[in-house]
Design a protein around this ligand. Structure first.
Ligand code: FAD
Length: 569
């Protein structure tokens, strides 16, 4: 039984609700219990709940705090995979790109990508042109736009700071950028809307068995300190790069070949970038993506051993990313002193024989059943997560449905909007909504479009909390444009439990604000603390943890240079 005590005689309502949810987790037997609140676990929870199964999802940290907020933030077919002849994967990814654009139009945004071609480059113009034609065909012509050929002059007109020497011209094609962390969160909230129970900061610490069959998990409430056990007919291991740890608990061999990827953030003014640039390297493809006043560049692909929670950017990663960027932006000559932020993530790739480099390992996913009642799903991409969930549930239902007399409806995730995305013609809607926010609510012109893009139709619910206090419509500080209402809403409605949850994933202040939102962090801690009942000491602790996290992003700059090549694997 869940050893559960109420925190105080009178809890803040948000914690009361969490206590009720924890008690429900310990009390009910669910059809499905999912371990891991990244995009994989979140999409499975949404799909299963939409099919009418009873679902619980537990995440040991914050939703998306693992790999799912540390990606390149692209919803894409993966042009480079055409070269590896993974045509099926590219076709599936492009199809899923189309689906995500429809069901999450607020979070997935089409963008032109510029691919420069240089003399002596590894792929000639003809080869690239053929590849891009195939890419357009696989996406279905007319999807979000066909590629065009650009002369040298047009390429430099679009991006004047690109290295001119050796530039022959290039291509413009279309793919999408995404807010990965918020896509995961919106997916979790969609699952909850359909009746799923979803709890962050709840860790699975062991598995419970009845004979050979896995029937439950032991869990620990990371915030309140309680512990207990939860039961389900089927347990799904969607723990991303931690999946092998869960498999070890289940007594089965590991299947992963984890690979590390890093991104660095530099001020936009240093590269003068307007569009996403594809930087071709000999061994892989790099992206430079402008966002707000920043540009992020990456990524690397190296074997990773160790705790995925402890993954960090090291000096060799940084040198590789900076060298790759400087090769194309030779006048910029970026150094570590230019790096203002960054992130490292671990891909939960599935090991395959005969792939010496991690970048050769397929981005396909695998479903591995066993022991009885326990299914592992690993690999894949953010882009294909909806299809992964569908495949997993089809398999689980085929294998377990009759035994438990399940009568699920067919998969509906491809037609059902994700939380905040229930609107046709999003661009038109966003313009009108932003204009109304400026006109009727007095929201600053530079804030309104961001609010609508981040929350979609849910921006209305966010602003409703400002009805009780008009001061919540003000920014966190003069230098920090995020509204106070966003902090309150994050704690009340979006399950933010720490200041970092808000600064890093509910907003992207930590990564992309020039000051990492530090100027507004104290006010955010006050507002979130009021909702969660923090003492003055806890507020200070949260602030100091956040400052440490900010400093850790660029700690590599103080390390001695390393000799490992992050591209070699
Ligand atoms: P995770 O997001 O890691 O989720 C697993 C979760 O399980 C974690 O949050 C963890 O805390 C939780 N967990 C672990 N153990 C326990 C436990 N015992 N109890 C409870 N919870 C537990 N894909 C794209 O489509 N586009 C891209 O541009 C792209 N770029 C990428 C760039 C990089 C550098 C990397 C690393 C990946 C990229 N990917 C991209 C791939 C994509 O990000 C991943 O495939 C995806 O995020 C994996 O999600 P996941 O849910 O399987 O894992």
């Amino acid at each position: 039984m869940f050893g559960f005590r109420r925190r105080k005689p009178v809890n803040p309502p948000v914690l009361d609700k969490r206590d009720t949810d924890l008690a429900r987790l310990a009390r009910e037997t669910f059809d499905l219990l999912i371990i891991g609140g990244g995009i994989t676990g979140a999409t499975i929870a949404r799909d299963a709940a939409l099919r009418g199964l009873s679902v619980a999802l537990i995440e040991k940290n914050d939703f998306a705090s693992g790999t799912s907020s540390r990606s390149s933030k692209l919803v894409h077919g993966g042009l480079r995979y055409l070269k590896g002849r993974h045509v099926r994967l590219v076709r599936e990814s492009l199809r899923e790109r189309g689906v995500l654009l429809k069901i999450a139009p607020h979070l997935v945004e089409p963008a032109p990508f510029f691919l420069p071609v240089y003399a002596g480059g590894k792929d000639g113009r003809l080869k690239l042109r053929l590849g891009l034609t195939a890419y357009d065909l696989l996406a279905g012509f007319g999807d979000i736009g066909r590629h065009t050929v650009l002369s040298r002059e047009k390429m430099l007109e679009a991006e004047p700071l690109l290295r001119a020497e050796g530039l022959q011209g290039g291509f413009r094609y279309f793919d999408c950028v995404v807010d990965d962390g918020r896509l995961t969160l919106a997916t979790v909230r969609s699952a909850v809307q359909q009746g799923a129970l979803a709890l962050n900061y709840v860790e699975a610490t062991g598995l419970e068995r009845d004979g050979e069959r896995v029937t439950g998990v032991f869990f620990r409430d990371v915030i309140g300190g309680g512990s207990g056990n939860a039961h389900a007919r089927v347990i799904v291991n969607a723990a991303g790069p931690w999946s092998d740890r869960l498999r070890e608990m289940a007594g089965v061999a590991g299947i992963l070949r984890p690979s590390k990827g890093v991104h660095l953030v530099v001020p936009r003014s240093r590269l003068g970038l307007t569009h996403v640039i594809v930087i071709p390297r000999l061994d892989r493809v790099f992206f430079a993506v402008p966002t707000g006043d920043s540009v992020y560049v990456g990524t690397t692909d190296t074997d990773f051993k160790g705790d995925p929670g402890a993954v960090r950017i090291d000096s060799a990663d940084a040198a590789y990313v900076l060298d790759s960027t400087n090769a194309l932006f030779s006048d910029a000559q970026l150094t570590t002193a230019d790096v203002v932020a960054g992130w490292a993530g671990v891909r939960p790739l599935v090991a395959k024989e005969g792939t010496p480099l991690p970048s050769d390992v397929s981005r396909d996913f695998e479903i591995d059943p066993g022991p009885e009642g326990f299914y592992t799903i690993a690999g894949g991409k953010l882009t294909t997560s909806r299809a992964m969930a569908e495949a997993l549930l089809d398999r689980v239902i085929a294998q377990e449905g009759a035994r438990f007399d399940w009568r699920p409806t067919p998969c509906r995730t491809g037609q059902t909007p994700i939380f905040g995305g229930n609107v046709e013609g999003f661009e038109r809607y966003a313009q009108a909504a932003a204009a109304s926010l400026v006109g009727s609510w007095g929201i600053p012109l530079e804030t309104a479009p961001r609010l609508v893009r981040t929350h979609g139709t849910e921006h209305v619910a966010l602003l409703a909390c400002a009805r009780r206090d008009a001061a919540l419509l003000r920014p966190l500080s003069d230098a920090c444009p995020v509204l106070r209402a966003e902090a309150v809403y994050a704690a009340e409605q979006e399950m933010a439990m720490t200041l970092g949850d808000f600064m890093e994933r509910r907003t992207k202040l930590m990564l992309f604000d020039p000051d990492h939102g530090l100027d507004g962090a104290e006010e955010a801690a006050r507002l979130i603390g009021d909702v969660l009942g923090w003492s003055p000491r806890e507020r200070q602790r949260q602030l100091s943890l956040y400052r440490d996290d900010v400093a850790a992003m660029t700690a590599f700059a103080k390390e001695p240079p390393s000799v490992v090549d992050p591209a070699s694997g």
